[in-house]
Ligand binder design. Structure first.
Ligand SMILES: [Zn+2]
Length: 265
């Protein structure tokens, strides 16, 4: 793996590893890029095939769900089908390993994600989700959780397949929706507070697979920076950015195993 990276990039990874090894409080934010390395499309890009005539405003907003709940529900059931067989990659595993080792060292590694899949959990990480959970549902009207739609129940129960038929709430008869933060909706309060606190208190902030220029990642990176943290970005497609101290312009699955190996060596 080392041989595939350029000498300049390896030097940067070593620099980052040295910095991280000397710090105690680390805040990590992951975005679509880390899931894309597991084959999960971003779903924010232009849709293809079945869904090519629909935009985000037709599929992932509260207004769309009011206008056409069946369409929105069908899209999420389709997304679940696309995602169900995807597995964590080397980046997810490296982060889980880091968190595991941190338990016995004096490092505190807080992991925040903008992704709605459960690949971090599958790898064994403890993670805070800013944009909700693809595998959970709730009532669109009274917000009551609808059963616990864990991934396992989709895998194992025929009763809860990827059926496109709308479900209704046993309490208020409202339509059931995915427990996801749609465009135009506020981020969940507790999760955002966790993220803000971790960003404010950290000594190093690492942004992985998401641009440090786009909200909410930008807000958290900025907050970390203002409070004296150094900022590392791992992104094969980095945006020129004055906030970032170290840019590692390569896939997270290439960088993270090496970074963690160097750090714990
Ligand atoms: Zn309800």
């Amino acid at each position: 793996m080392l041989a595939e990276l350029s000498p300049a990039l390896i030097a940067e990874v070593k620099l980052a590893a040295k910095l991280l090894a000397s710090k105690r409080r680390i805040c990590i934010l992951t975005g679509a890029g880390i899931s894309a390395e597991s084959g999960i499309p971003t779903f924010r890009d232009k849709q293809t095939g079945l869904w090519e005539n629909y935009g985000v405003e037709d599929l992932a907003t509260p207004e769309a769900f009011v206008r056409d709940p069946k369409l929105v529900w069908s899209w999420y059931q389709w997304r679940r089908q696309v995602v169900v067989d995807k597995a964590p990659n080397l980046a997810h595993h490296a982060l889980a390993e880091w968190q595991y080792h941190a338990q016995t060292s004096d490092q505190q590694v807080t992991l925040i994600t903008q992704n709605v899949d459960d690949l971090h959990e599958q790898a064994g990480s403890s993670v805070t989700h800013l944009h909700g959970h693809l595998w959970r549902n709730r009532c669109g009207q009274c917000e009551a959780p609808y059963q616990d739609q864990s991934r396992a129940s989709y895998d194992n129960q025929n009763a809860m397949s990827f059926d496109e038929a709308l479900l209704t709430c046993p309490h208020c008869d409202g339509y059931i929706r995915p427990d996801i933060v749609w465009f135009g909706e506020a981020l969940p309060v507790n999760e955002w507070q966790t993220a803000e606190a971790a960003a404010t208190n950290c000594e190093v902030f690492i942004s992985i697979g998401t641009s440090s220029l786009v909200y909410p990642a930008a807000g958290l990176a900025q907050l970390a920076k203002q409070n004296g943290a150094q900022v590392i970005e791992i992104n094969p497609d980095p945006t020129p950015n004055t906030i970032v101290d170290i840019t590692l312009a390569e896939k997270a699955g290439m960088i993270l195993p090496l970074l963690i190996q160097e750090m714990t060596a």
